[in-house]
Design a protein around this ligand. Structure first.
Ligand code: NZQ
Ligand code: ZN
Length: 398
């Protein structure tokens, strides 16, 4: 069955070497004049990228203000700080330099500045929807979250440890500058976590019981094979431009909804289970996904057997006369081997966290609340299922 769909991916992608030189002209083209540059801890300072971009904007006579210090699993407090800076400086355009955390922070600030009389956290608590959003764009320095073209943003309320997503086309970035060279300074762990996240964005859309299309499956399977191949290249050759370029472009396609056309909206429970890990233990998102996915897969595969066996054959290269069920399990085994080959964990112990039973219960309950009515497509999960998957990942993943 092919579901009706709307595909909306308006972000202009400017891809390749040296493309960051165009940032000033692009901001002007999209009506920006007073720009808030949002960046993370230190990578953009150390690489000299921040200074370079500031000079380019000043040459274009753009007014700039700065907000640094965004952390991974970005904090609500930083969003509020950014809204204050934005109001004071009369900002009309948000430019993020970094990855998912800085882009998501910029999106949240953009919502907050567009409707300054309302509390932006209400969006992430899903008690209202946004009516307006200031324009956002990014210079991407890590291939992972796909926020550079996605409608999503994910913010952590550091006081309650609630990590919550808000999805809205209003925040789709105006443009994304994607120069693969800018990702060469990444530590291997971040590069590989990013590759896992990219794959997961497509796998979340692939493992469904609610419809699919041949073209969408072909794109998804090709994307997964390409990212796996290039993730392994980057594990030993971090300077390889071609591999960085393949992964970077895959990162956008994986999460701009192209690999979900015709399905039922996807599963996304691995992501929801992981967001609770990020909120409670501050783990790197992609590594957290690698640690939870095998347990999720073993828990649900029997309810989604045709997709799991297809995945095993077309993506993981399983070639066997075994039963459909055995082939599905061999595919999961093969994915675990792949994660290990790029230095990624496959359970909580390898991730470096040891939640106790009370914390597992708490995460399951929070995950249930955050999921609302959408608790999976491969298998609809109850709170007990969620706790059982956390428990599996906390033991051996099996
Ligand atoms: O803070 P700095 O010093 O910049 O260091 C960052 C950070 O420590 C570092 N880094 C980034 N570019 C670098 C670099 N280090 C050296 N050289 C470079 N070129 O990498 C670390 C991770 O950065 P972060 O922005 O957190 O990475 P990522 O892009 O993986 O973003 C993760 C966040 O995005 C959310 C995740 O939940 C997580 O909070 N997601 C957002 C989505 C969306 N908006 O659509 C969807 C995703 O599923 C995801 O949930
Ligand atoms: Zn993700």
């Amino acid at each position: 069955m092919i579901n009706n769909f709307e595909y909306y991916s308006p972000t202009r992608v400017v891809f390749g070497k040296g493309t960051e030189q165009q940032v000033g002209k692009l901001i002007k083209e999209y009506g920006g004049s007073r720009v808030l540059i949002v960046y993370g801890g230190k990578s953009a300072i150390h690489s000299g990228l921040l200074e370079k971009i500031k000079n380019i904007l000043l040459q274009e006579n753009l007014y700039i203000a700065e907000l640094g210090g965004v952390v991974p699993n970005p904090h609500l407090e930083k969003v509020y700080e950014g809204i204050q800076v934005g109001k004071r400086e009369q900002i009309d355009f948000l430019l993020a330099i970094g990855g998912g955390s800085t882009i998501d922070t910029a999106k949240a600030i953009a919502y907050g500045l567009a409707e300054p009389e309302k509390d932006v956290w209400e969006l992430y608590g899903h008690t209202r929807t946004a009516e307006k959003c200031l324009p956002v764009a990014s210079i991407l320095t890590i291939s992972a979250a796909g926020s550079e073209t996605s409608r999503g943003s994910v913010i952590t309320n550091e006081k309650t440890h609630a990590k919550r997503a808000y999805d809205d086309n209003l925040a789709r970035p105006k443009f994304a500058i994607m120069n693969p060279d800018l990702t060469k300074t990444l530590p291997d762990y971040q590069t590989e976590s990013g590759c896992v996240d990219i794959m997961m964005h497509t796998m979340e859309r692939y493992f469904t019981n609610g419809g699919n299309m041949e073209i969408t499956d072909a794109l998804a399977e090709g994307l997964l094979r390409t990212v796996m191949k290039n993730a392994q290249i980057l594990h030993t050759e971090p300077e390889n431009y071609e591999a960085r370029a393949e992964v970077m472009w895959a990162g956008s396609i994986a999460h701009n909804d192209l690999t979900g056309c015709g399905n039922d909206g996807g599963d996304f429970m691995s992501h929801k289970l992981e967001h609770e890990l990020g909120g409670m233990f501050d783990v790197t998102h992609g590594a957290g996904l690698a640690a939870i996915w095998p347990s999720w897969a073993r828990y649900v595969y029997q309810d989604c057997l045709p997709r799991f066996s297809r995945f095993a054959k077309n993506v993981m290269g399983v070639n066997s006369n075994a039963s459909e069920e055995e082939i599905a399990v061999q595919g999961i085994d093969a994915m675990e081997k792949f994660y290990h080959s790029i230095g990624m964990p496959i359970n909580f112990q390898e991730l470096g966290i040891h939640p106790d039973n009370q914390q597992i219960r708490e995460m399951a309950e929070r995950c249930c609340i955050a999921s609302g009515s959408h608790t999976g497509s491969a298998k609809k999960l109850t709170v007990e299922d969620m706790a059982a998957i956390y428990l599996m990942a906390n033991q051996t993943g099996k």
